[in-house]
Design a protein around this ligand. Structure first.
Ligand code: M6R
Length: 614
């Protein structure tokens, strides 16, 4: 949450910062701001409520010159989204300006101490406390900005990725991180800072990933100097960003979400590439091969994640229990981390995360590690905090996902979980060869089926137009499609702001059926699987209470077609793969409903893509 970007070099910083902020806007869009050092070495801060475009408008007649600058796009935590609470924040003397992503948990006690020392505060943010504290320490110890940042971060509790610059010093930028992401880009004679690689990739592929409690001093003409907050000098290898500029642009689509839905066949190819051998009909995941003994010996698997990734985790439980016969529990990370869960030596934790930065999932990893679990991650973003915190894992390789509503990340997570369950099941001999080969063959063909669904997007668009009146929706599914019901409901809620509930279809009778009337549309995921007849009965129960039915059915279905108000057909596939197909019409449905209602699809209200605070 919150995007930070910085530049130090010979080019004009402002255009680089604005472009970078636009790329990071998915991380928060309550307000935006920048700080620049002009050639007179004056430190100027410009900030305003609203999106990056509002900042551009605000800066039109301002002096935005300078070759050193930092900029921020905010997702509000402490203090409402307004001009004053927007970042950057000045220190008392206006000699320092700072941007921050994260939460300073002990900001109140630091504020009290500073107030006693005569400091005054303009905003309601925890961030302003941090910049004031750095100034306080700098004055008290008469030290450099780099030293002051290290000393201050010693008494800071919480999460931070920060950048600080100083009046009079247009050749120095100091940045630090703990618990929130921060990447340093090394250009030719210049440096870049980003919350992720997207603001950097256009200028350089060479980056350094800072670790927690590390502070970097960037100075023109010098190599980056990295210290821990305890003053130990650190050397990091320079990593290469594997990201194409095309991947982070809309390429003619009106929204990133639509682009990402349509990109799924390409993402599936990337996800299975080198792992699924079509000719040999086999799967090879290096992480699983390297650690197969751990899976063979484990007593249980715990899957943990948030939001959409948690829904993928629920499908993982069905897969691992069916094909590996290993007991699985699936835990929402924010709950798991504050319980006292039973984890024994040899248990395996599988955290799942698109961004690899979700604070609760990271904390769940730390808890499970302390209790002796082996950590096997499923992540999309290469080099992310979660990827680096795990013992091993498998990347989904879905490509950058920028729309706040997760789409291709979900389906590729399900593909990775399927490949894992098949690989482990084969080793454990808990899956027959026939079943294994049949699912592998089907995975090889899945893209044709996905394409056939995407070709019918117009059908979904038509259906969505009929239902924009609704204020509530019910989503029902069973087995592998129960998590799809949860996912469909979440997609609709987050981008169209329509209330939606996902339920296991048979559970409806235990309460939610009371909600059904002629104004309640029910999306029923009802492909031809072993529970087909049961779901058919559930549909009858809704119909007899005048509920409207939109059904996702298998091609050629007759029975449900006769009773549902609307039907969308998906191709037949292996039962364990149906979720990959059935979720796509639901992604499209929520997209078209949101567009029809005029919503901001890629940047829905109150949300941010990467939830780096708890
Ligand atoms: O990056 P992660 O997969 O860890 O993110 C988890 C959730 O924040 C995320 O899936 C969220 O629910 C999405 N907005 C759903 O579309």
């Amino acid at each position: 949450m919150c995007g930070i970007v910085g530049y130090l070099g010979d080019k004009q910083a402002y255009p680089i910062l604005i472009k970078g902020l636009k790329r990071l806007e998915y991380r928060g869009y309550d307000s935006a701001g920048c700080a620049l050092l002009n050639e007179n070495l004056e430190l100027k801060v410009y900030k305003t409520k609203g999106k990056v475009s509002s900042l551009e408008e605000y800066c039109k007649d301002k002096d935005v010159s300078g070759t050193l600058g930092i900029a921020h796009t905010r997702w509000a935590t402490h203090g409402e989204p307004n001009d004053t609470n927007a970042h950057p924040h000045y220190s008392q003397s206006k000699n320092l300006a700072l941007i921050h992503n994260g939460i300073i948990e002990n900001y109140l006690s630091i504020k009290q101490m500073l107030t006693k020392n005569g400091y005054k505060f303009q905003s309601q943010t925890d961030t302003e406390v941090l910049v004031q504290a750095i100034e306080f320490v700098k004055t008290k110890y008469d030290c450099s900005l780099f030293e002051a940042v290290k000393r201050t971060l010693h008494f800071v509790i919480g999460a931070y990725a920060i950048c600080v610059i100083e009046k009079g010093k247009n050749d120095t930028l100091v940045a630090a991180r703990k618990g929130s992401p921060l990447i340093v880009g090394i250009g030719e004679g210049d440096f870049f800072i980003g919350s992720d690689a997207t603001p950097i990739v256009e200028y350089t592929n060479n980056v350094i990933y800072l670790d927690d409690e590390e502070v970097v001093l960037l100075e023109k003409g010098n190599r980056p100097l990295i210290n821990t907050i305890n003053n130990e000098e650190i050397e990091h290898d320079i990593s290469k960003i594997e990201l194409e500029l095309n991947d982070i642009e809309k390429q003619g689509y009106p929204h990133f979400m639509l682009k990402e839905i349509f990109e799924q066949p390409k993402s599936f190819d990337l996800c299975m590439n080198g792992r699924l051998n079509v000719e040999k009909k086999e799967i090879k995941l290096s992480g699983i091969i390297d650690h197969i003994d751990k899976f063979k010996q484990c007593n249980k698997i715990i899957i943990t994640a948030c939001g959409t990734s948690w829904h993928a985790g629920l499908i993982g439980k069905y897969l691992f229990e069916e094909f590996c016969r290993i007991p699985v529990v699936v835990e929402v990370a924010s709950e798991f981390r504050y319980r006292n869960p039973v984890i024994k030596q040899g248990d395996i934790l599988i955290p799942i995360s698109q961004s690899g930065e979700t604070a609760d999932t990271l904390a769940a990893i730390e808890l499970a590690r302390k209790k002796g679990a082996f950590i096997y991650g499923i992540c999309n973003v290469v080099g992310s905090s979660i990827a680096r915190a795990t013992d091993s894992g498998t990347y989904t390789h879905a490509g950058p996902e920028i729309g706040v509503a997760s789409t291709k990340a979900f389906t590729t997570q399900v593909i990775v979980l399927t490949m894992m369950a098949l690989s482990i099941g084969k080793e454990l001999k808990t899956i027959t060869n026939e079943k294994y080969e049949s699912i592998v063959k089907e995975l090889c063909n899945i893209n044709e089926k996905v394409e056939s669904i995407l070709e019918k997007a117009k059908e979904i668009e038509q259906i969505s137009k009929i239902f924009t009146y609704a204020r509530n929706f019910m989503y029902l599914g069973r087995g592998y499609n129960y998590p799809v019901a949860l996912e469909g409901a979440l997609k609709l809620k987050e981008i169209s702001y329509i209330h939606a509930e996902g339920y296991p279809a048979a559970e409806m009778k235990h309460g939610p059926i009371a909600l059904i009337d002629d104004e309640m549309p029910c999306v029923v995921i009802a492909p031809l699987l072993k529970t087909y007849e049961k779901v058919l009965s559930n549909i009858e129960e809704i119909r007899s209470r005048k509920g409207k039915i939109i059904a996702i059915v298998t091609q050629g279905d007759k029975d449900i077609k006769n009773i549902a108000d609307m039907c969308f057909e998906i191709p037949q596939t292996e039962e364990c793969l149906t979720s990959i197909l059935s979720v796509i019409p639901l992604q499209l449905f929520s997209y078209y409903v949101a567009v029809e209602k005029g919503r901001d699809v890629d940047q829905p209200r109150n949300l941010a893509k990467s939830v780096t605070v708890e």
